[in-house]
Design a protein around this ligand. Structure first.
Ligand code: THU
Length: 138
């Protein structure tokens, strides 16, 4: 699948975004290692902290359907700025993704920037740090 096709899917996911409080609607299209794609959208809540970002929505859908390795995600919003995942979403992506997972940040006119996950969230290998701790205590 091309970047553009994945981006178009992210825009289609945006149509379902529920964002009555911020008005900032985001769509995400997550490509897994087997080529399957899961869509996600912003799901806000009147209790603001319970809001789910589009990216995490897509991750939860993918993992619940048995996918645990991701290779690319497109994130789109009808904004003049490139839409990139927040810190929490980067950490959640990190759980299931290699360093070179590609993140496409898309703005409303369709232009996009492309980053590796490791560029946006460097030096965050909590899982391997935990492995070390476990080994130390044995
Ligand atoms: N949001 C996302 O869904 N994904 C992003 O990448 C940026 C932020 C949502 C959360 C909140 O509902 C609204 O956009 C404004 O931050």
């Amino acid at each position: 699948m091309t970047d553009r096709e994945l981006i178009n899917l992210a825009f289609s996911a945006l149509e379902n975004a529920y964002a009555p409080y911020s008005g900032f609607r985001v769509g995400a299209a997550l490509e897994c290692a087997d080529g399957s794609v899961f869509l996600g959208c912003t799901v806000e809540n009147a209790s603001f902290g319970d809001t789910v970002c589009a990216e995490r929505c897509a991750v939860v859908k993918a993992v619940s359907e048995g996918r645990r390795e991701f290779r690319r995600i497109a994130v789109a919003a009808a904004s003049g700025e490139y839409c990139l995942p927040c810190g929490s979403c980067l950490q959640v992506l990190r759980e299931f993704s290699p360093d070179d997972m590609v993140i496409l940040g898309v703005r409303g006119d369709g232009r996009y920037v492309s980053y590796k996950l490791s560029a946006l969230l460097p030096r965050t290998s909590i899982k391997s740090a935990m492995d070390e701790l476990t080994q130390d205590s044995e």
